[in-house]
Design a protein around this ligand. Structure first.
Ligand code: NAD
Length: 279
């Protein structure tokens, strides 16, 4: 039987730490939501509620699906120059007429709470992070809180997106794991996943990983969160993997809550740096 890595409990602990920060009420996070993607609207609402719980100001800018790029650029520019705004988050995916890369690049690096700006990503990869992307840093916190040793372990990351897989691999390397990255073109995926002491699956492919894909005793982190028949579903077949893993995250209630708590924590960190409260 595996230890269940309960993200909800750790997220509550992180939120309590943030709520206790003396300047939390001065800090403001602005989220831009374009279009009517239901999942995105839910994520934005959850982020807003979490910000309210810790006492952080949270403003949501909801824009219609056909909004022109120039209008979003103008809004980002206003938020960039508004001294009261500490974090700007452009919720992805954007409607297809919009160029995500160009818009994300226009967010001021000191307000880029998601670490999409090349300056922040570059600093993180060089081992001089201002902040790390929310999901990987939440996962590190989860491992740390459960006293799971990372040093010298073989960590296998399935997925290489800019938001999860790539920074996850970088952060694990930073934490002194030996890291292998797999992706859609990897041949014989199982040969790699079966070697993992720590397996992080961020493929967005429901049920991809089963009991034959893991080494007995592995720590299994399931980032996947796709709606299948209206139910949030991970990349790992929990019921069959849980009996042979040493620790495993559930979906929902594993990585998700920590991603949101890390977003708030990143906002506090960037606010402290930009306003000169910390160095
Ligand atoms: P993405 O589609 O940008 O990237 C998926 C990656 O997985 C790609 O690099 C691809 O090569 C790889 N991949 C896909 N199918 C594969 C397969 N069969 N074998 C090996 N590799 C495969 O997705 P993303 O933004 O990185 O998100 C991944 C999943 O994590 C999604 O389900 C997303 O909803 C979820 N997610 C959850 C959280 C959270 O907080 N819980 C946060 C971010 C993303």
């Amino acid at each position: 039987m595996a230890i269940i890595l309960d993200g909800k409990t750790i997220a509550k602990k992180l939120e309590a730490e943030l709520a206790a920060y003396s300047r939390i009420r001065e800090i403001r996070l602005d989220v831009i939501l374009v279009g009517d993607n239901l999942a995105s609207a839910t994520y934005v609402r959850n982020k807003h509620r979490a910000a309210e719980r810790v006492g952080m100001q949270s403003v949501i800018h909801t824009l219609p699906v056909h909004t022109k790029s120039e209008e979003i650029e103008q809004l980002i520019e206003e938020l960039n120059s508004n001294e009261e705004v500490d974090g700007i988050l452009l919720q992805l995916p954007l409607p297809e007429q919009l160029n995500s890369e160009k818009l994300l690049d226009s967010i001021h690096p000191m307000k880029d709470v998601d670490v999409f700006h090349p300056e922040n990503a570059g600093l993180a990869y060089l081992g001089r992070p201002r902040i790390w992307p929310c999901t990987p840093s939440g996962i590190l916190r989860l491992l740390h809180e459960h006293e799971i040793d990372i040093v010298g372990k073989h960590a296998v990351v399935v997925g290489r997106s800019n938001i999860v897989g790539k920074p996850m691999a970088a952060l694990l390397q930073h934490a002194n794991a030996t890291v292998t990255v797999c992706h859609r073109m990897t041949k014989r995926l199982q040969d790699f996943t079966r070697q993992a002491d720590i397996l992080v699956v961020a493929a967005g492919s429901p049920g991809l990983i089963g009991k034959d894909d893991i080494k007995p005793g592995a720590v299994v982190i399931d980032v996947g969160s796709e709606f299948v028949n209206g139910k949030l579903t991970g990349d790992v077949r929990f019921a069959e993997v849980e009996p042979i893993a040493s620790a495993i995250t559930p979906v929902p209630g594993g990585v998700g809550p920590l991603t949101i708590a890390s977003l708030l924590s990143n906002t506090v960190r960037l606010a402290s740096l930009r306003r000169g409260w910390a160095n």
